[in-house]
Write a protein that binds this ligand. Structure first.
Ligand code: SF4
Length: 85
């Protein structure tokens, strides 16, 4: 990320610079397919996170400290505030 690039408060890793997206994709690829939420559920969860007051500018959740994309991809993942399941 360059010093002049700025991101909105609601950015997820997928919205950020190539290196952040690369880390995200490597992590997601390493999860066994059976442990992943399906794509529709994953993106539905992330839309809830985008609207949440607890989403930080570093793409982490202020309630649990996790990167929300890493939490939302897990089939058994849960929002710490029960905003999504
Ligand atoms: S995981 Fe839940 S509490 Fe955290 S940012 Fe997403 S919706 Fe908000």
């Amino acid at each position: 990320m360059s010093d002049t690039q700025r991101y909105c408060r609601k950015c997820l890793l997928q919205d950020q610079a190539e290196d952040a997206r690369g880390d995200l994709n490597r992590y997601l690829d390493a999860i066994h397919p059976e442990d992943k939420a399906d794509e529709v559920l994953y993106f539905k969860r992330l839309e809830v996170c985008r609207q949440c007051e607890l989403l930080g500018g570093d793409a982490t959740c202020a309630a649990c400290g996790c990167y929300v994309e890493f939490r939302a991809i897990l089939a058994r993942g849960k929002c710490p505030k029960s905003y999504w399941k």
